[in-house]
Design a binder for this molecule. Structure first.
Ligand code: HEC
Length: 501
């Protein structure tokens, strides 16, 4: 129960820090601040710049710092910066073993006796350090008195740095009972979301609901104990973090850095590359009337190819084990920016959107010309087309056009780089299935009516039309980029996108 409560509290904090992490163009900030967006002034082009070193000189057997500069190229404040360095594609390099854990860091506090309000809630706060780059954390609240009738039943409340100190935003752990130790554990993922730095831990003794708890008649000392582990992440990836806040209004741009310590294990080969991934929060306090979003978690990344050293990998005298200088190809385009900043008339995504809306328009035409609005409209349309035959011919034409347009819409979105290809698979896919059923019942209309009779055929054809329409509307509202607000209000998360890698 306590774990569930703590989980919910974490989820609430994560949600209050809003959505994400996403790339630039899927962020809320982008919708208003992109070039040509609704906000005048300096447009948002890049949220962060990652600058790897141009080269790294490594002495045999000695680790050297690999420092990636994090620069703030825009006007928002950047903080909670956590980087992951991945050496999976660079077998010649290795990490220095992670630092030893820092265990048993203690902070003492006391719930003071307040004779006037013996049965009211008492709380006391202590600041606890959450060291940057920690990948596992344990925070324990240990009451001074663990046994006896006067042992307190404490509750542990935690607030990450910068989080408002109210109960709604607290991580609450309360499962241990009278005299028990409350324990909270954070993993790399939770910590990188909640942020490092000075957290606040609160010991709370709630007001007794019936009678007086004898433990409330004494001051209650307690200890908060913090254990921190680093980089239990496997030996090909390591985390580094900084608690720096990069001011967006500074001139020149504010910078911070992420540091890993690397060994060279053998001569680098052509084709090796280092991958850097970063998650950070960009913030700006907007005036309330703009109804903007103040914080967003961004993810960005960089792949840095290694240029193998020219000869033998060693620039010391031939035959000796000298230092190795690794040169990084920092001018290679970042791997994940395909499609970003695409100039031209419309980019792939926009073409896909236009074709999608055109498909919807065709569907509306097909529905109306098919007579979905009822007998009166059918008679009116027959007049407009002069004969029922010509109305049906138009209906058939639009129906074939829908198939073509939907196919083009799907193809564009599979090819374009901005959206994951799974987006739209569910509702768009259902739409296609019902459209196909419509096409089948339409094209084989005469034999089907002969074997089923007119009424059942009409019910099936009509039903498929309704289902195709519903699936299409869901596809627009739940997958469409223009309805992100609605999706967020509904809390819609595409299940297909979560099942598939
Ligand atoms: C609904 C539209 C909207 C969204 C979404 C939005 N903003 Fe804004 N932003 C504005 C408006 C309007 C202004 C100008 C008024 C102001 O300063 O409050 C502004 C101003 C700013 C400024 C100051 C620009 C300057 O010239 O000094 C920054 C920085 C900023 N926003 C960052 C962000 C970030 C970061 C996000 C995402 C977390 C974001 N905005 C999301 C509308 C938006």
């Amino acid at each position: 129960l306590a774990a569930a409560a703590a989980f919910l509290a974490v989820a609430a904090i994560l949600a209050s820090a809003q959505e994400g992490p996403t790339g630039l163009q899927e962020s809320k900030c982008w919708t208003c601040h992109k070039e040509g967006g609704t906000v005048a002034g300096d447009p948002l082009v890049r949220i962060v710049d990652l600058v790897p070193p141009a080269s790294l000189r490594l002495e045999p057997g000695e680790p050297a710092p690999f420092v990636v500069t994090v620069r703030n190229p825009w006007l928002s404040e950047l903080h909670r910066i956590v980087g992951t360095l991945d050496l999976s594609d660079a077998p010649s390099l290795g990490f220095e073993p992670p630092p030893d854990p820092v265990l048993g860091v203690k902070r003492e506090g006391e719930l003071a006796l307040a004779p006037a309000g013996v049965n009211a809630e008492r709380t006391a706060d202590v600041a606890v350090p959450v060291l940057a780059g920690a990948t596992d954390l344990r925070i324990r609240l240990v009451p001074g008195k663990a046994t006896g009738v006067d042992a307190p039943n404490l509750e542990l409340r935690l607030w990450p740095e910068g989080v408002t100190h109210d109960l709604d935003h607290a991580i609450v752990v309360d499962g241990a009972g009278k005299g028990g130790t409350e324990t909270w554990r954070g993993t790399a993922e939770t910590l990188s979301r909640l942020g490092y730095g000075a957290w606040t831990a609160q010991a709370a003794q709630r007001a007794a609901t019936a009678g007086v708890d004898i433990s409330a008649l004494a001051a209650q000392p307690f200890e908060v104990v913090v254990d921190t582990w680093f980089n239990l992440t496997g030996d090909r990836t390591q985390l580094a973090a900084t608690t720096d806040r990069l001011d967006g209004q500074a001139d020149p741009s504010a910078t911070g850095s992420l540091t890993w310590r690397l060994f060279v294990q053998r001569t680098p080969q052509p084709g090796e590359a280092i991958r850097i991934a970063v998650e950070l929060v960009a913030s700006y306090e907007h005036a309330p009337q703009f109804n903007a979003v103040d914080d967003w978690i961004f993810r960005d990344g960089l792949r840095v190819p290694i240029q193998a050293p020219a000869s033998g990998g060693s620039d010391g005298p031939a035959g000796t084990e000298g230092p190795t200088t690794i040169v990084f190809n920092t001018t290679a385009p970042p791997a994940d920016t395909a499609g970003v900043g695409d100039a031209g008339f419309w980019n792939g995504r926009e073409w896909g959107e236009v074709v999608g809306y055109f498909t919807t328009f065709l569907m509306a035409s097909a529905l109306v010309s098919g007579g979905v609005l009822g007998g009166a409209s059918r008679r009116g349309l027959n007049k407009l087309f002069r004969t029922a035959k010509r109305r049906i011919a138009f209906h058939n034409l639009t129906s074939y056009a829908i198939l073509l347009a939907a196919a083009a819409h799907t193809a564009v979105f599979v090819v374009e780089a901005e959206f994951p290809w799974t987006l739209g698979l569910l509702w768009g896919g259902l739409g296609i299935v019902f459209l196909a059923a419509l096409g089948w019942t339409g094209a084989w209309q005469i034999p089907l009516i002969r074997s089923w009779g007119y009424k059942p055929w009409r019910v099936v054809h009509y039903g498929c039309a309704i289902l195709a329409t519903v699936a299409t509307l869901a596809h627009i509202a739940l997958d469409g980029v223009h309805f992100v607000d609605l999706q967020q209000k509904l809390g819609w998360a595409d299940p297909v996108e979560q099942w598939l890698p």
